[in-house]
Design a protein around this ligand. Structure first.
Ligand SMILES: Nc1ncnc2c1ncn2[C@@H]1O[C@H](COP(=O)(O)OP(=O)(O)OP(=O)(O)O)[C@@H](O)[C@H]1O
Ligand SMILES: [Mg+2]
Length: 305
């Protein structure tokens, strides 16, 4: 029997694993890490993936593609795409020629890379996969994810909600606890989602769900970048917003600072006073607020990318 793998196709990082001998195995990448950057870079010489693509981004920013998941399955005239992401087809210079790719094609490259990681790990071809998507994804975003799988040569057995996958993982790790309500909180790179499930002997039922499709780590980074660009303008009278390389370097520094500061919430609050509060809002109220009250959680599970 050929094994099926599970793929978490994330905005900033992706992950591949399989269920074998009664337990979940997460497959590490070449660098020994369980989460791999969802990043593709195009150069004169060829295509680079994951850490290799991310590491050269400062030098080749216009041809390095991040966050393709945010464009997946969105109509080109979609106001959100125009506002937040500009053009929904990605234009790059590749081997000396101008090329454009659909988000599905970029996602297919990321999926293909994860498939290869799984094949190296298992020593056999991997043809079947389950791919997770955010619970808020609509039909066309789900279809686009499926299409990306097909382009990568994967038979997509199922598209599963990310929070449901987390609830299933929770139930596997806590098998005989009787009926429980579990709150899953997933703060990703692109979005935040919160769901309450009731879990009883492996049967997982969604009780309530809420979230914001444009409130993830990327948005925190954006807030910091605009704040510091403003500071730079005030102090040095120079607007760096058109210098993509400078903006990328600032973004990398902001993300690193965010990660360091997040270990100490008080230093975060003191040092970065307003931009995050004024431009980032908290998730919208749950679609079924009563459900959160009716189903008090016995356990809270935080999702790590
Ligand atoms: N210690 C930390 N403190 C704050 N943020 C962190 C920390 N570590 C990682 N992050 C942020 O988490 C985000 C990545 O999370 P994750 O890998 O769960 O996202 P994802 O699965 O790619 O995105 P999504 O689920 O939205 O598609 C990045 O924005 C990263 O900067
Ligand atoms: Mg995620």
């Amino acid at each position: 029997i050929r094994p099926a793998v599970g793929i978490d196709l994330g905005t900033t990082k992706s992950c591949v694993g399989l269920f074998r001998d009664g337990k979940v195995e997460i497959i590490s990448n070449k660098q020994g890490l369980r989460a791999t950057p969802s990043c593709v870079a195009f150069t004169e010489m060829g295509r680079l993936m994951d850490e290799e693509a991310k590491n050269q981004a400062a030098l080749n920013y216009p041809n390095t593609v991040f966050s393709a998941k945010r464009l997946l399955g969105r109509a080109y005239e979609d106001a959100a795409v125009v506002k937040a992401e500009g053009n929904s087809q990605v234009q790059v210079s590749y081997k000396g020629a101008e090329k454009s790719f659909f988000p599905e094609e970029i996602s297919a490259m990321i999926l293909g890379n994860l498939k290869e990681m799984a094949e190296d790990y298992l020593g056999q071809p991997v043809t079947h996969a389950i791919i997770t998507v955010p619970a808020y994804f609509n039909d066309s975003q789900r279809q686009a994810t499926r299409d990306a799988g097909v382009i990568a040569g994967i038979n997509v057995l199922r598209i599963l909600n990310e929070t449901t996958a987390a609830a299933l993982a929770y139930s596997l790790h806590h098998p005989d606890n009787g009926e429980r309500n579990v709150l899953i909180f997933d703060m990703g790179g692109g979005a935040v989602s919160v769901s309450v499930f009731s879990i009883d002997r492996g049967v997982v039922e969604v009780k309530a769900t809420a979230g914001d499709s444009h409130l993830g780590g990327d948005d925190f980074d954006n807030c910091l970048v605009s704040f510091f660009m403003g500071e730079f303008l005030k102090k040095h009278r120079e607007n760096i917003s058109h210098d993509r390389r400078a903006v990328w370097r600032l973004r990398t520094a902001c993300e690193a600072a965010k990660q360091t500061l997040s270990s100490n919430i008080w230093s975060w609050a003191r040092q970065v006073p307003s931009p995050s509060r004024s431009t980032c809002s908290l998730p919208a109220p749950p679609r079924h607020p009563a459900a959160f009250v009716q189903h008090p959680a016995h356990a809270v599970s935080l999702v790590e990318g």
